[in-house]
Ligand binder design. Structure first.
Ligand SMILES: [Zn+2]
Ligand SMILES: [Zn+2]
Length: 348
């Protein structure tokens, strides 16, 4: 699955030694009550789609989540499969609702959840923005730059822009989710001028990601697709390692998509206030938009498989790109879905 980058000018910086890998950080195993598969079986079945993943069971009271078992299964799977498998949990954040904290295996990965859940679980009535900031301050103190937070499905329930702006005051908050589970797209992240743009306009370098939120597959009577089977995070790395994945997520060197439509994008400043954009598509596209400071500044119809442009842009705090594909047939259900992608921002 690991693809080597073929040409010299790459996304966000120039370097021949990078490659693209795909993965998913939002995956439930049978170690939480509403998951269905052992960790090894998830990896076995999704390895044709994924280069890495995180196992992130619903992390609450012990009767809902078997933390030790999940960790033991992750350790076993790491021995058997030669891909990074992060061990984490979907935590009940004091500001509703779900977040995931990611650290690498060499940074007390098991202790992370064991420390957080007894102190900060919203289901134990630890609620509100003050408690949320205390949790993030605790992490900053105890784990420093070795941990980052993803805010999952900010539309389920809707989290206020005000709360997100406050939370973004913590350096631990790095990623906001766009698509989680099936085709559930968060307008906070997707919409032009939404919460994500508000965060970026305030100078918070937050990136967007997608996750399968895998619980039970269609083939097993559920309604989920495997990690990376439908949505993907595509990371620009030097090798497929925990540290490189951590770095790509915390610096925004990745893009996310639903429908596996885009590969090998180039999105870079090319001097004199110009931006270079090159996109390669696997399927038919509807349009591509360049967004800056909460507004669409360029919109393109994309009839071909390849799109390439270089253009002058107005001054802005950041530039980002989103794209929408032509409707496609669903793989396991009747009807169609709308493919999409989001490139994470360039900052001048
Ligand atoms: Zn969730
Ligand atoms: Zn979930």
């Amino acid at each position: 699955m690991v693809r080597t980058a073929p040409s010299a000018v790459r996304l966000w910086h120039k370097d021949n030694s990078i490659m693209w890998i795909k993965g998913d950080l939002h995956v439930h195993s049978h170690c939480c009550k509403d998951g269905s598969l052992p960790v090894a079986e998830i990896v076995e079945r999704s390895k044709e789609y994924c280069d890495f993943l995180a196992i992130s069971g619903h992390c609450r009271v012990p009767e809902f989540f078997r933390a030790e078992q999940q960790y033991a299964e992750v350790l076993e799977a790491r021995k058997k499969y030669n891909i990074p498998i992060f061990n984490t949990g979907e935590v009940e954040f004091p500001v509703p609702r779900h977040v995931i904290f990611i650290t690498t295996p060499d940074n007390r990965e098991f202790e992370l959840l064991q420390s957080l859940v007894p102190r900060f679980c919203r289901r134990n009535k630890v609620e509100g923005i003050v408690a949320a900031m205390e949790e993030l301050a605790f992490l900053e103190r105890e784990w420093g730059e070795k941990v980052f937070m993803i805010f999952n499905h900010p539309n389920a329930p809707d989290v206020s822009t005000e709360d997100l702006l406050t939370i973004a005051g913590s350096p631990v908050f790095k990623v906001l989710a766009c698509v989680d589970r099936r085709e559930r797209r968060a307008p906070q992240t997707w919409d032009v001028g939404g919460a994500w743009d508000q965060l970026l306009m305030q100078g918070h370098r937050i990136s967007a990601r997608c996750g399968s939120d895998f619980h039970r597959h269609f083939d097993d009577g559920g309604d989920d697709q495997l990690p990376c089977e439908f949505v993907q995070d595509c990371l620009e790395v030097r090798e497929n390692s925990y540290d490189e994945i951590f770095k790509a997520y915390t610096t925004g060197r990745f893009f996310c998509q639903a429908g596996d439509i885009l590969f090998d994008p180039v999105f870079t400043f090319s001097g004199n206030g110009r931006i270079k954009l090159e996109l390669n598509f696997k399927s038919e596209m509807e349009r591509v938009e360049l967004i800056s400071d909460g507004k669409i500044i360029e919109s393109f119809d994309v009839p071909q498989e390849k799109f390439s442009a270089e253009f002058a842009v107005p001054e802005g705090k950041y530039y980002r790109v989103r794209g929408i594909g032509k409707m496609q047939k669903r793989k396991y259900e009747e009807g169609e879905f709308e493919p999409l992608f989001l490139l994470n921002p360039l900052y001048p």
